[in-house]
Design a protein around this ligand. Structure first.
Ligand SMILES: [Mn+2]
Length: 368
């Protein structure tokens, strides 16, 4: 008996195949010259599950390919990711640390690969000099955000894809197919599954294509513990998280006939509870689920006095268009922005102005 499901055919994206070819060429040239090729992998700062998963999976796979590869983060990874067993990463947070690494990159004529990130000037912090120090022909980008860069053989930029980990999965599967080798072990599969589960809002966004489910099936088959990943990222709740959520949920205001919901947290409140980014991360997604709400935002103040806005939208409004007006970016259902030297109170009218245009535009165009 044969199962017929033509929609479930595997599809190779052109960018995946071009990038796989690019890597194989680098590998072949290095082998011919008898040289070691060095890669530095830079995810965006304040790395989330997708940034961490894609950076660590790529690092492990490049090792298997015989390259020297080092993921370099802007900050140490939270204990939440201990199950990924990724201790072999570097942290580059200061100008001095960046300078030491910059010299190595120049000396080694290294490749620098941005993952889950294609905004070097705003999302790398001190590591920006590393990208700039890399020879332009040795820069690689794998990203699913709207980008200033154009897709090319070395730049897989695909804003329609739900997670960068999907792109890395496709790349590694293309390399496996081309070389008849095994790159995705249990650990790498878990890194990749983590990015997909977290960046898709637990598989809830419309960018969850049939192909992404196929990839998840492969990752599960390679040993990814998707049940554990779901529990750690979506079900377990720290006491701090419960406290900061309770605080945020009582500091909400509705606007635009209850279509827009704004919650605020001051730096002092976050400090008092000692809440981490992870304790706070899920709040805006929960606000979006309130009946009738089309746009939800959490405006939270950092200790440095900046305001980070996390926008979540339901069916009609485009979070990315709102964030772009405020100098931020992201995706249709989830985007973010930073307003420097501000307070949640001062940021609120700016956010509402950006929403106003989006809500009116939605009305006019009659989008569903
Ligand atoms: Mn991502």
């Amino acid at each position: 008996m044969e199962l017929k499901e033509p929609q479930l055919q595997w599809h190779w994206r052109r960018q995946t195949l071009l990038l796989a070819e690019h890597l194989l060429k680098i590998k072949a040239e290095a082998a011919a010259a008898g040289e070691k090729v060095h890669f530095y992998i830079l995810p965006h700062h304040r790395a989330d599950g997708d940034a961490i998963g894609s950076a660590m999976a790529l690092q492990r796979a490049l090792w298997r390919e015989g390259f020297v590869a080092q993921a370099v983060f802007a900050e140490p990874l939270s204990g939440l990711y201990d199950y990924l067993d990724c201790r072999d990463y570097a942290v580059c947070a200061t100008a001095e640390e960046a300078e030491a690494l910059r010299e190595k990159i120049v000396l080694e004529k290294a490749y620098v690969c941005l993952v889950d990130n294609s905004a070097p000037s705003t999302r790398l912090g001190a590591r920006e000099v590393l990208f700039n120090a890399c020879l332009p022909a040795r820069r690689i980008i794998i990203d699913h955000h709207i980008s200033q860069f154009t897709a090319s053989a070395a730049y897989d930029i695909a804003p329609d894809i739900v997670a960068c980990c999907v792109q890395v999965s496709e790349l590694l599967l293309a390399l496996e197919a081309a070389e008849n080798c095994h790159l995705i072990d249990k650990n790498t599969a878990e890194c990749l599954m983590t990015g997909i589960v977290t960046d898709s809002g637990q598989l809830s966004y419309e960018a969850m294509s049939a192909q992404v489910y196929l990839i998840m099936a492969i990752l599960k088959n390679r040993g990814a513990d998707q049940e554990l990943i779901n529990r750690l990222h979506y079900h377990l709740c720290s006491r701090r998280q419960l406290q900061i959520e309770a605080l945020a949920f009582t500091q909400t205001k509705y606007f635009f006939a209850n279509r827009c919901l704004v919650a605020k947290l001051s730096a002092a409140q976050i400090q008092a509870v000692q809440a981490t980014d992870q304790d706070i991360d899920g709040i805006s997604s929960k606000l979006r689920e309130v009946e009738g709400v089309e746009i939800a935002v959490l405006l939270r103040q950092t200790p440095k006095g900046n305001v980070i806005g996390s926008i979540r939208t339901s069916l009609t409004a485009d979070a990315q268009k709102i964030a772009l007006q405020l100098g931020g970016g992201g995706h249709k259902r989830a985007s973010g922005f930073t307003i420097y030297n501000s307070t949640p109170e001062a940021a609120e009218p700016l956010f509402l102005q950006a929403c106003r245009e989006q809500l009116e535009r939605t009305d006019e165009s009659g989008e569903q």
